[in-house]
Design a protein around this ligand. Sequence first.
Ligand SMILES: NC(=O)c1ccc[n+]([C@@H]2O[C@H](COP(=O)([O-])OP(=O)(O)OC[C@H]3O[C@@H](n4cnc5c(N)ncnc54)[C@H](OP(=O)(O)O)[C@@H]3O)[C@@H](O)[C@H]2O)c1
Length: 311
Amino acid sequence: MKAMRFHEFGGADVLRYEDVERPRPGAGQVLVQVAATSFNPVDDHIRAGALAKMLPITLPYVPGIDLAGTVAELGPKVEGVQVGDRVVAMLPLDSAGGAAEYVLVPAASLAPAPGSIELVEAAALPLTGLAAWQTAFELAALAPGQSVLVNGAGGAVGSLVVQLAVDAGAHVSAVDVPGHADRLRSYGAHRVLGPLDLAAGPAAVGGPFQAVVNHVRLPEEGLARLTDYVADGGVAASTAGAVPEAHGRGVRSASLWVRSDGAQLSELVAKVDAGRIRIHVAAHRPVSDLVGVHEDAGAGRLPGKTVLLAP
Ligand SMILES: NC(=O)c1ccc[n+]([C@@H]2O[C@H](COP(=O)([O-])OP(=O)(O)OC[C@H]3O[C@@H](n4cnc5c(N)ncnc54)[C@H](OP(=O)(O)O)[C@@H]3O)[C@@H](O)[C@H]2O)c1
C-alpha cells in the first residue's frame, strides 16, 4: 500500500511517499481502509522531533492522528464493529497514523462515523473534537449560564468549543480575527470580538469571565495577562500554553493534553448528526501532497482545517 512516512526528524522535506506493507490486525485491533486524515498543528511538532522526549515514536513513522474510513478486517477479540462499518478515530500518537491506504486502530478508539456528512469531512473531527470536549467539560467544566471567553474561537478547536459551550447553555464571547466573525455568529456566540488588546484589560470586552478558554500561542507575558480576564474563583483552560494561576483570587489553571476516547467521540458524532455542532473544513488536499501541507503550515499559509484525502 502507499503511505507517507518519515525516517528521520526534520523539516517538511523528510516526508516521503512510499510503498509499504499492509499491516495485519492483532488482538483488539481493527484494520481500517482510510478515506481521509487531517492536518493538526501537533503533526508539525512530531515531524520536527520537538516531542521526541515526551512521545517516543518508532521510525519510520506514518503521520496523521485523525482517521475516517471503512473497516476492512477485524483482529481476534474485537466486538461491536463489523467489516464495512464507516468509522472515525483519534489514533494513538505513538503508532502509525492515517496518512496511508490502511491503518491499524485499537477497537476502543473507534466511533461510528457521522451519517449526516461525507465520510472524508468526518476526518476533521476526532482530535479537534476530543480536544474541544475535554477542554470545555473536563478542564473548564462549562455549565448553563456560565460566562466564557474563547480566545482563538474561529480555529479548528475553538470553533468546536464555541458550539459545545453554546449547546451547553453557557454565555459565549468569541475572540478571533475578523475573517471568522460571521461563522462564529452563525454558531450562536453571544458576542463576537476581534483580537484582545491585552493592555486594555477585561472590562473593555465585558469581562471578567467565569471561564477563559485559550487556543492562541501567546508569549508568556500575554498568557499572564489572560489571568486578569478570569473572574475570582474561575478557571483558565488552555490548549496553547498554561495561563498562570492567581491563588489570591482562587483562579485555577488547566492545560490540555488530548487523549483518544471512543465514547466521547461517539457523543461528538451524535451532536454532529443532531445538527448541534458543525465541522468547518477549510481545504481538501491529497495525502500525497503532505510535504506541501507541512510547508504551508510552517509558513502560516494553511487556510484552516485541512482534510487529507487517502491515496
Ligand atoms: N495540547 C493539546 O492536547 C492540544 C490539542 C489540540 C490543539 N492544541 C493546540 O491548540 C492550539 C489551537 O489549535 P487549532 O488546531 O484550533 O489551531 P488553529 O486552527 O490555527 O486556531 C487558532 C485560531 O486562533 C486565531 N488567532 C491567531 N492569533 C490570534 C489572536 N491574537 N487573537 C485571537 N485569535 C487569534 C487564528 O486565526 P487565523 O485563522 O487567522 O490563523 C485561528 O483562528 C494550537 O496551538 C494547537 O497546537 C493542543
